[in-house]
Ligand binder design. Structure first.
Ligand SMILES: [Zn+2]
Length: 373
C-alpha cells in the first residue's frame, strides 16, 4: 500500500520491489477504528464504579459520582482519553454528551467525532425546559464547529412526550443514537412495570414509561412510527444486550438505515451479560462496536472489545469483527467515502495490531493496537 503525505491511499497491491521508504511490521494492519458509542465526558469516572450493579445500581452510582472530580480534572481526563483513543487507532467516534465539557477538545482533535446531545427527563412538565436546554447546547456545539444534534437517551429515563419530541428532532437531523434493551430490568419495566428499575423510579417519586406488555424496543418503534422516519435517517441502537428476534425484525421493517452498536465490556461490567450476537448475525444486522464510558469499562480500547468478542464467540471470524470495528461504524457516520476500509482515495488511518495468532487468525491476550498513520 502506498500513501500520500496526508495519508490518502494512492496504490494497493503486492510488494514487487522495496524502496527506501518501504516499512515492515510484525502484525496485521487495519484501517482506523470507529468507536460507535462512547461518553468521553465521563472519563474521570475510571475505576470509580462497582461492577455487577445492574442498571438501577448503575444509575445510583452515576447520580452520586458524576461530579465528584472538579472541572479541571474532568477536562484533563477528556483530553487524555481522546489522545489515547487516537494513538490506539480510533479515527472516528460517535460520542454522547450531556454538557459542553468535551466540545473544545473535540474541535481540536484529529479524531472525527459526531456528538449526540443526549436528553433525558421522566416528568412531562419538564419537557419545555429540557428542550430549551438541548437547543442551546446544540448551538454551543455548532459554535465549536463540531457535528452535533440532540438525541433521546432511553425509554426508561424519559417521559413519552419527551421521547417523542426528541426522537422527532433527531430524525430531522438524520442521526439518532438510542440506548436500547441494555438490561433485563428495562425489559421488565415495559413488559409488566416491575423490577429493580421500576422500584428505583418509584422510590424516588419519578414517573415511569407506560406498561405496554411488550419488549422495550417495540415501545420505541411505535414512537418512531408516530413521528415518521425517512429512508435516509440513520438510527443506532446501542447495547441490545437483551434484544430478541421479534424486536429485531420489527426494527428492520420500520427503519431502513439501522445500526446496532455493541459494547461487550460495558455489558459484562454492569450486567455480566452479552448481546445475542449469533442471532444478530443471522438477522444480517449492521453491527458496530463501542467502548461505552470509563464508568462501566476499565479502558477505551477497540482491541480489548474485539478480544472479548473472540473469547465468548470463538466462531466469529476476526475479519468480520474488524468490519464491525471499522467499516460499519464509518457507514453509520456517513464517512465511508474516507474512512473504514483500505481503498484508493480514502484516508482511513493505518493501524498495526501486533501479537497475532496467525495459524488461527485471531488476536491474542498480548495484542495491542498502535496508529502508524
Ligand atoms: Zn451509553
Amino acid at each position: 500500500m502506498t500513501l500520500d503525505d496526508d495519508g490518502t491511499i494512492i496504490e494497493i497491491g503486492q510488494l514487487t520491489h522495496e524502496t527506501p521508504s518501504t516499512e515492515f511490521y510484525n502484525g496485521i494492519i487495519v484501517p482506523g477504528f470507529v468507536n460507535s458509542h462512547c461518553h468521553i465526558e465521563l472519563s474521570h469516572l475510571q475505576d470509580k464504579f462497582e461492577r455487577n450493579s445492574g442498571m438501577a445500581g448503575f444509575i445510583r452510582q452515576i447520580n452520586r459520582l458524576r461530579e465528584v472530580a472538579d472541572k479541571e480534572a474532568r477536562l484533563k481526563s477528556i483530553q487524555y482519553q481522546m489522545e489515547q483513543l487516537y494513538s490506539s487507532g480510533v479515527s472516528a467516534m460517535a460520542d454522547i454528551s450531556n454538557c459542553n465539557e468535551s466540545f473544545e477538545t473535540k474541535s481540536k482533535s484529529k479524531l472525527y467525532t459526531r456528538t449526540f446531545l443526549e436528553v433525558f427527563g421522566t416528568e412531562e412538565k419538564d419537557v419545555p425546559k429540557i428542550e430549551e436546554g438541548v437547543i442551546s447546547l446544540t448551538q454551543q456545539a455548532q459554535s465549536f464547529g463540531i457535528d452535533a444534534a440532540p438525541t433521546p437517551h432511553s425509554c426508561y429515563t424519559m417521559s413519552k412526550k419527551l421521547l417523542q419530541h426528541i426522537t422527532k428532532i433527531a430524525i430531522d437531523y438524520n442521526w439518532l443514537s438510542y440506548h436500547n434493551q441494555e438490561s433485563w430490568e428495562e425489559e421488565q419495566l415495559l413488559i409488566n412495570g416491575t423490577g429493580p428499575l421500576a422500584d428505583e423510579y418509584n422510590n424516588r417519586g419519578l414517573s415511569t414509561p407506560p406498561v405496554t406488555g411488550e419488549s422495550a424496543l417495540l415501545y420505541f418503534l411505535d414512537i418512531v412510527k408516530s413521528v415518521g422516519i425517512s429512508d435516509t435517517a440513520k438510527v443506532l441502537l446501542v447495547h441490545n444486550t437483551f434484544t430478541n428476534k421479534e424486536s429485531i425484525q420489527k426494527a428492520k421493517d420500520i427503519i431502513k438505515e439501522l445500526y446496532w452498536a455493541i459494547c461487550p465490556l460495558s455489558n459484562l461490567f454492569i450486567h455480566q451479560a452479552l448481546p445475542p450476537l449469533q442471532l444478530m448475525r443471522r438477522e444480517g444486522l449492521n453491527i458496530t462496536i463501542g467502548t461505552d464510558s470509563l464508568s462501566s469499562n476499565h479502558t477505551l480500547s477497540i482491541v480489548e472489545e474485539i478480544k472479548t468478542i473472540q473469547n465468548f464467540f470463538p466462531d466469529i471470524p476476526l475479519i468480520e469483527i474488524l468490519e464491525w470495528s471499522c467499516y460499519n461504524g464509518a457507514k453509520f457516520l456517513n464517512k465511508e467515502d474516507v474512512l473504514g476500509s483500505f481503498e484508493v482515495g480514502k484516508r482511513p488511518g493505518v493501524v498495526l495490531i501486533d501479537n497475532i495468532d496467525y495459524s488461527n487468525f485471531k488476536l491474542t491476550d498480548l495484542s495491542r493496537s498502535t496508529r502508524l498513520i
